[in-house]
Design a protein around this ligand. Structure first.
Ligand SMILES: NC(=O)c1ccc[n+]([C@@H]2O[C@H](COP(=O)([O-])OP(=O)(O)OC[C@H]3O[C@@H](n4cnc5c(N)ncnc54)[C@H](O)[C@@H]3O)[C@@H](O)[C@H]2O)c1
Ligand SMILES: [Zn+2]
Length: 729
């Protein structure tokens, strides 16, 4: 029992209060979303409020009055456009968020229909806005938004500008009156371009594609609408008169497509729950395949008679359900924009945000790439921004929520000097998008990144040298001096040097110091010693691993040097051909360019790298410290008896597979090709040789059987030629 005075009509006052508060928030959000086209909260937030309202009303059914937001669709129209009475009420959709929700929906439909209501039409839930088009005698008469479901905005002049919406229906059986419903949207790529254009023109960008479509469709000047990339896809009908009516949802789509209306190809008619769930899971994985944004899947009972039997609640049909995927967009505050310096000196601005959870992980940083992109996105420091994280894709700021600006926001200014070393920033080449810090040798941030990279798995593979250690070695807290001022110092490190180091922890993606959310301060660590000032496991491990790393193969050492264009594959080619760092240092540019996989451009950058004094110092110091900078000599090659000859192998050769036969040829200097041509020196043909044999005969290419192949390998091409079959064409 509750205390007296804590209940009104059997409902606890706290529940009443919460219900009133949520109702107001939902109504306000709807008004901003549907009428102003400027939502200030994310869909995720809205859905949460709405779900809480539904839960409250389930617990206390008296709260569910006709004017509760749960009983209404959309928002009343604004008065900016002429009003339109819909020929038939436009509804919303109930939501499902799990397989259980889907099963419950299906079970209820089955109970109400007194039997299996399937099959079901499954399609994508396009994140746009609903439209109703009326065609009378095949002519487009008007287009209207959903509004509150009964009355919508008349946006006919705008609808006429949408690409793909026919002004006149074609084909047989066009009804005398039909109301076609669908979704208006802007494809994702077009949305991005549109936002860039708006910012360029000094106008405010849209927060997301749905918003841009809504704002564009409800433009008062249809000439502006006409210039924007609106599209439409059909998803239902409101009324159909004067010709044979379709009998099912899928039937309707076939007919509307014939009339020339835009119908999606991405729907399926499926027999039951198992297949529906498969469809839902498929598009969870392929959510971004379509050109437009989707926020879920809509499942509809296909048969119209069953749809009518099931009917509707006050706001949504019982014969359909929207399965919603987890939100990929949330709103958060852009606290600052800071720049990070990368391994090659590249300057990257990063958004520093209030931490928020999106797509299952907490995000507080997002790259803004370069100064031009910051401008293009139109975000100001202090803005509430839309942050998007799609699955494993890196988080991205979509745009600002301009409706929430209060004038305190400020523009980001790209620094002119490196925040880490003070050197003036510059473009390497004219027309580059990225500014760089040119101080490759002395910039502590660049050294930190190179050291961290050099310790990576594909380079020196030093387990004890992760990001925290790299920062500690290169950027200790002042007044401590770095123990690693260049890669050259790396292998001379001693335990005594490591122990006293204090440093801040940095974020690996951005290189910026991490902030402790509790204190608001940078996090300081002594990574290489414990409380008693003795070397920590980290320190012991690092020294041990450095010793081991002295035996690293040459290719990995080359990767560790951060020579531009010399990644692991190129380093392997270089090491295979040259075998030692000295050979590479002494090779001319021409000699390097001749190595397979290198080429002139890479040869030039390698040469340039070795011309630099402090680069050569790295080599000298590493050598002196005992780093083995050469590989074993290549295995002795046998005599190259087949040099300059090209072979094709076909059919089955006794004692060989196709691969070992090819290996036998290449190890003697021969080349193996897949097809016979006039340039083929010999065709090696085993049992069951096919068309290649015929082709060789046609071209007069000498053919060796198993015995001839043995002669070739043992005695060389001249002896084999004598044993070959050659048929003149
Ligand atoms: N951010 C905000 O402030 C805010 C405010 C209000 C609403 N919203 C968003 O809108 C949703 C509620 O809006 P709603 O009432 O329009 O419901 P809804 O978007 O959940 O579902 C109904 C709508 O889906 C659309 N739709 C897309 N593809 C469809 C298809 N294949 N078949 C049928 N319909 C399809 C139709 O336009 C239909 O009207 C919320 O869940 C939220 O995501 C956000
Ligand atoms: Zn710098």
């Amino acid at each position: 029992m509750s205390e007296p005075g804590t209940e009104v009509g059997g409902v606890p006052v706290t529940a009443l209060k919460r219900h009133a508060e949520l109702s107001e928030q939902v109504e306000d959000a709807r008004w901003r979303y549907y009428v102003l086209d400027q939502p200030t909260v994310s869909d995720a937030q809205f859905d949460e409020w709405f779900k809480e309202l539904l839960t409250l009303e389930q617990a206390h059914p008296t709260l569910q009055t006709p004017d509760s937001p749960t009983q209404k669709v959309g928002a009343p129209v604004s008065g900016d456009f002429a009003k339109v009475q819909h020929l038939n009420r436009m509804e919303s959709l109930d939501n499902a968020f799990s397989a259980d929700d889907m099963a419950a929906w299906q079970a209820r439909a089955e109970r109400l229909a007194e039997g299996d209501p399937g099959p079901y039409l499954c399609e994508l839930k396009i994140d746009g806005l609903a439209i109703a088009l009326v065609y009378r005698d095949g002519k487009l008469e008007r287009g209207a938004t959903r509004g509150d479901g009964r009355t919508g905005d008349d946006v006919t002049p705008n609808v006429r500008t949408i690409k793909g919406v026919p002004h006149r229906l074609k084909g047989d059986g066009v009804p005398s009156l039909v109301e076609v419903r669908g979704e208006v949207y802007i494809p994702v790529e077009d949305f991005k371009k549109l936002n860039e254009q708006l910012v360029e023109q000094g106008k405010q960008p849209f927060a997301n594609p749905r918003n841009s479509a809504a704002g564009t469709l409800r433009q008062k000047d249809a000439r502006i609408t006409a210039q924007r990339p609106l599209r439409m896809l059909v998803h239902g009908i409101g009324i159909w008169e004067g010709s044979a009516e379709p009998r099912a949802q899928s039937d309707t789509y076939d007919r509307l497509r014939e009339f020339g209306l835009p119908v999606s190809d991405l729907y399926k008619v499926l027999p039951g729950l198992a297949e529906i769930n498969e469809f839902i899971e498929y598009y969870r994985e392929h959510r971004h395949d379509p050109a437009y944004e989707i926020d879920g899947v809509v499942v509809k009972v296909d048969d119209f008679r069953t749809q009518r039997e099931l009917g509707s609640t006050s706001r949504a049909p019982r014969w359909a359900i929207a399965y919603k995927y987890p939100p990929e967009e949330v709103n958060t505050k852009l606290l600052d924009i800071q720049v990070g310096i990368g391994r090659t000196g590249r300057v990257t601005p990063y958004a520093v945000m209030e931490p928020v959870v999106v797509s299952g992980s907490t995000v507080e940083r997002a790259t803004l790439h370069n100064a031009a992109i910051v401008v293009k996105k139109g975000v100001l420091i202090g803005d509430t921004v839309v942050l998007r994280k799609a699955g494993d894709v890196i988080p991205e700021i979509v745009g600002p929520v301009t409706a929430l600006r209060d004038g305190s926001e400020r523009e980001f200014v790209m620094p002119t000097h490196c925040p880490e070393c003070g050197t003036e920033l510059a473009y390497e080449r004219e027309g580059d998008a990225d500014l760089r810090c040119p101080n490759a040798r002395g910039c502590p941030a660049q050294i930190r990144e190179r050291i961290y990279f050099a310790a990576g798995r594909r380079a020196l593979d030093i387990d004890g040298l992760g990001y925290v250690a790299a920062a500690a070695l290169t950027q200790p807290l002042p007044p401590q001096q770095p123990v690693v001022r260049s890669e050259a110092d790396l292998f001379d490190l001693t335990l005594e040097q490591l122990i006293p180091i204090k440093s801040v922890v940095r974020d690996q993606d951005t290189g910026l110091p991490k902030i402790d959310p509790k204190t608001g301060e940078q996090k300081v660590v002594t990574f290489f010693s414990n409380i008693d000032g003795e070397p920590s496991q980290n320190a012991l491990k690092l020294i041990e691993e450095l010793e081991r790393a002295k035996q690293t193969p040459l290719a990995n050492v080359l990767v560790a040097l951060s020579i531009r264009h010399v990644g692991p594959p190129t380093a392997r080619d270089l090491a295979n051909a040259m075998r030692s760092i000295d050979a590479i240092m002494n090779a001319s540019e021409e000699e390097l360019a001749e190595i397979e996989g290198i080429g002139p451009r890479v040869a030039a950058t390698i040469r340039e790298w070795f011309e630099v004094d402090w680069h050569r110092e790295i080599i000298d110091r590493w050598k002196a410290a005992g780093v083995r900078m050469e590989d074993e000599p290549a295995p002795e090659k046998g005599p190259q008896t087949l040099e300059g000859l090209t072979f094709v192998v076909t059919g089955t050769l006794e004692g060989y597979t196709r691969d070992t036969a090819a290996e036998a040829l290449t190890s003697r200097g021969g080349k193996v090709s897949g097809s016979v041509s006039k340039k083929t020196s010999f065709l090696v043909a085993g049992e069951n040789a096919g068309s290649k044999y015929d082709k060789a005969v046609g071209l007069g290419v000498p053919i060796l059987d198993g015995a001839g192949f043995a002669i070739l390998l043992d005695d060389g091409p001249e002896a084999a030629a004598a044993a070959a079959v050659t048929s003149e064409p």
